[in-house]
Write a protein that binds this ligand. Sequence first.
Ligand code: SF4
Ligand code: SF4
Length: 405
Amino acid sequence: MILDFPGGVRPLSRTKLGKSNIEYISACSAVCIKADEGAKTVAAIGSRVLRGSLIGESGGTPVYASVAGVFRGIMELEDNRYFVVMNSGEDGEEAVYSPESRAITELNCADICESARRLSVVETRSGAPLWKMLENANGKFRRLVIDCTETDASGAINYRLCIEQAKALVGGAKLLLQATGALKCVFAAEHYRNAALESILKYANDEKLFAIAQLDEKYPYGDRAIMEALYLTTLDKNETAFDRGIFIVSPETAVALYNSMAQGMPMLDRYITVCGDEIAQGKNLCVPRGITLHDISVICGGIKKGGRLIENSLLSGKLASGALSDCTRTLIAAKKQTKARTECISCGKCADACPIRLMPLNVLAGDIDDLRDNCIYCGACEFICPSGIPLLKLIKKRCNAEAEQ
Ligand code: SF4
Ligand code: SF4
């Protein structure tokens, strides 16, 4: 059965990258790993560090060098603070790790939470440290959902992870079940991703513990879509899936938790799809955490003139800058949209596409009460509008202008 949810936009074409294996990249010129306001350095500035060396601490989470090289300390770049390591270009320099010796069944929530903190495992849908999500999680969750959907129809990294890292994915799901106390784990993916779902089922063959959910092929997905499709329930304003006892994570998070604990190695890499008409060669990649966008562009043969890298989704269109963030799963090289704008023809497509069941065209008449209170800025309305009306831009402008008054 294909599970539906309100709104969303059906893609015009699917990605061609579903058949491309993940390429593992270790060489890059530098890495910039996000640091919060109170972040501290541990390694000496200017010292040589190994891949996996402890270099600092940020928000109670240890920070490790994801490449070997020279540690440059914490630097301000484009309004953000980063731990910076310049790669020495030498391969094979890696710290020594101690794998987890206990069986999964011997570990309780506190053990797994502490391992996720020590190994700096991040939840890659939100970019939040996994240990902060797991703190006091035991007993609060009914279900674990591994959200294997892509952020955009052009992405394929979750699909490839399900195929190439199925054992680690299911191992990570077992750890998360143990940590959250959830009784069952559901793997949710677009309905046509059969190879991924079959690959998962080879390892997740206990029907009492695992289930598969096939979702309608529409974007954007996210907590709301998953809650509507799987549990036939609508989240209230400011409510999250967590508030309803559903713990949702990306497949990369489960894979990283399992691999990090099994090898005792911190989470040093990120998995992404780089795609779009304006990149020379689209790829599925495993790259050092905090790799610069410049290095990613070089690995993919360069961005064509006029192209820009958009994070995660063409619908909401956030421009990527500096270094790869912990919640970017797809980078889409695209030109600035230049759709000619004409009058609204009252076709209703924007309302049909809205996952919150709002009336986006109301912004044209200045009626923004409902939009201001409930819009999640997903961009589906603007993407679908045949008249090229920049609905998302107008909604943001009007709502922000009101908030400032
Ligand atoms: S999709 Fe565009 S043209 Fe159609 S009703 Fe909405 S604003 Fe008007
Ligand atoms: S941007 Fe807001 S109004 Fe437009 S589709 Fe998304 S939630 Fe609805």
